[in-house]
Structure formats: C-alpha cells, structure tokens
Ligand binder design. Structure first.
Ligand code: ZN
Length: 160
C-alpha cells in the first residue's frame, strides 16, 4: 500500500471508530483547543498517575484529519510518561511542518502516516491541534488556540 492510500485508510478508520472518544471522570489535566482557520474544536482530558498518562480521552467537533490525529494520538501516548509525550508532541509538530528529518532517529512510528500534511498547508494545523492541546493539558493551560499570540508553538507553526 502506498503512503497516500495508507493515509486515507487511517483517516477513514479513525473517523469511523475514534479511539478514546468521550470524557474522563476526575481528569487531573484538561485543555480545550481551537483551530479557527478550520473550525476544529477539541477537548482533551487525561489522568496522570505519577509521571505516566494513565488514561486519556478526547471529544469535540473537528474535520477528519484533526479527529484522526487526535484518535491516533490518544492510543500512542496512553501509558507513556509526560516527558515521552512531550518528545512526541515536538516530533509530530516538526514532521507536520516539514522540519523533521524522517530518516533520522525519531519516535513517531505509525504516526508518520501524517507526514504528508506538510504538503497541505491548510491542513497542518488540523493535524497538529490535538498535540498542541495535549501539550496545553500537560502544562495545565486550560484553553489554547493555534492562533494565540502567547502560544509557545505559534512561531514554530508559522503562517502555514
Ligand atoms: Zn481541521
């Protein structure tokens, strides 16, 4: 299967059956993310047990790319440490914006199916929003936007 059809397959599958979709009781960390350019709106809740992400859930209204990215993200970061999750957040962002060397060592695994969004400037923020919102949740920032001026990721994402 070539990378384009694999990408379409993954997007369709995660939209039909989003993983970890819903809310969490007694979430220790929570954040809401917006991508005004597309209208994506995500709510991410998680429970940290020590340094590990013990459980995570998302819900919201978003386009297919955003939803698939969120769904896949929850399956990948569940059970990981906060530090490992932050590494993935950075690598995913760099991949989506085209600054990550995919031939060098990274931890993205099957998340590389989203590498193609770097060629779709209007979709980059859709794919990044869940990761961006997870970063906010882990750092106890309750609302975030891909367009916020004080957003630490704003400069890195640029005006793509
Ligand atoms: Zn979107």
């Amino acid at each position: 299967m070539n990378s384009k059809s694999l990408y379409q397959e993954v997007i369709l599958d995660h939209n039909k059956k989003p993983r970890n979709y819903g809310t969490l009781d007694h979430a220790s960390h929570h954040a809401v993310g917006h991508n005004p350019l597309c209208g994506d709106h995500l709510d991410i809740a998680l429970n940290l047990k020590g340094e590990h992400i013990d459980s995570i859930a998302f819900q919201g209204e978003s386009c297919a790319i955003c939803k698939a990215s969120a769904s896949m993200m929850t399956t990948v970061v569940k059970g990981k440490t906060r530090k490992d999750a932050e590494t993935l957040i950075k690598e995913f962002r760099d991949m989506a914006t085209g600054t990550l060397n995919l031939d060098a060592e990274h931890h993205l695994g099957r998340l590389t199916v989203f590498a193609g969004v770097r060629d779709l400037p209007t979709r980059v923020k859709c794919a990044i929003l869940p990761w961006h919102t997870l970063h906010a949740a882990l750092n106890s920032v309750t609302t975030t936007s891909t367009e916020a001026e004080d957003d630490p990721m704003h400069a890195a994402i640029g005006d793509a």
